[in-house]
Unconditional design. Structure first.
Length: 249
């Protein structure tokens, strides 16, 4: 089994001072371990405070929640993959459902961001997921595979080690409605099969995370489901003790 990955997407929460307090508590509960990976995705302006708080814990990794696809230039308000990399990020979330649905991000933009991330040496975590209406219409597999194919448009076999996938059903994000382990596995198995078609080789090495209303009560069974390699957690990652108990699952 791959080493489980626990990713905390703080979204637009925790100012720098709050993040420093969070890390003091979290690090007191979570000592160094070789058997799991923990990644934090703080807001861009909180990123530096988290880098500082983790300076003695290189085992804990950092990512940004978004990038622009261009490397530099006149894009007010944006950050590029190379700026993120130089600031200490190793990962970037691409195509999160809030980016797609609140900010109108398209499949084409997602593909450009993935390409830009891998060029800059970041690992892109490609988020895919169906809406509640698409699920009720029986379109889950079709929707997530089409998002996956689009996002991987420019990814080569050699870059397979620099991508991950997160299956985050939109209806489960922040709603308290969690996919069952069977729902998650069904989607993950379909995604892995499609990765095999897209990448030829290397698809087995691409971790697939589940996200959507993960909490202390359901983390273990979701993580135990076939082909679930880790968890991408929003709300339940905001409390330091609660998050520590999830990463120690
Ligand atoms: P919640 O865990 O709050 O449902 O958010 C999931 C998510 O969007 C993580 O990226």
């Amino acid at each position: 089994m791959r080493q489980p990955i626990f990713a905390a997407n703080w979204k637009m929460n925790h100012a720098p001072a709050d993040a420093a307090v969070f890390m003091r508590t979290f690090l007191a509960h979570f000592g160094k371990r070789q058997d799991r990976s923990v990644i934090f995705f703080p807001p861009a302006l909180t990123f530096g405070a988290v880098v500082g708080a983790l300076k003695d814990r290189p085992d804990i990794l950092l990512g940004v929640q978004n990038i622009h696809w261009e490397d530099k230039g006149a894009f007010t308000g944006e950050n590029s993959a190379s700026i993120a990399r130089a600031s200490g990020a190793k990962y970037v979330l691409v195509g999160h459902s809030e980016r797609r649905h609140v900010f109108g991000e398209t499949d084409e933009q997602v593909a450009k961001k993935v390409a830009s991330a891998t060029r800059a040496g970041l690992t892109a975590i490609v988020c895919v997921g169906e809406t509640g209406a698409q699920r009720e219409a029986g379109e889950t597999t079709q929707v997530v595979l089409s998002q996956l194919r689009a996002a991987f448009a420019h990814v080569t076999n050699a870059e397979a080690g620099n991508v991950m996938v997160a299956y985050e059903p939109v209806w489960a994000i922040g709603t308290g409605k969690t996919a069952t382990p069977l729902d998650a596995s069904t989607a993950h198995i379909a995604l892995r099969a499609e990765l095999g078609r897209i990448l030829d080789s290397g698809s087995l090495a691409v971790p697939i995370l589940y996200g959507g209303s993960v909490n202390r009560g359901n983390a273990a069974e979701l993580l135990g489901a076939p082909d679930v390699d880790g968890l991408l957690v929003g709300g339940a990652s905001l409390d330091a003790e609660g998050w520590a108990s999830i990463v120690l699952t």
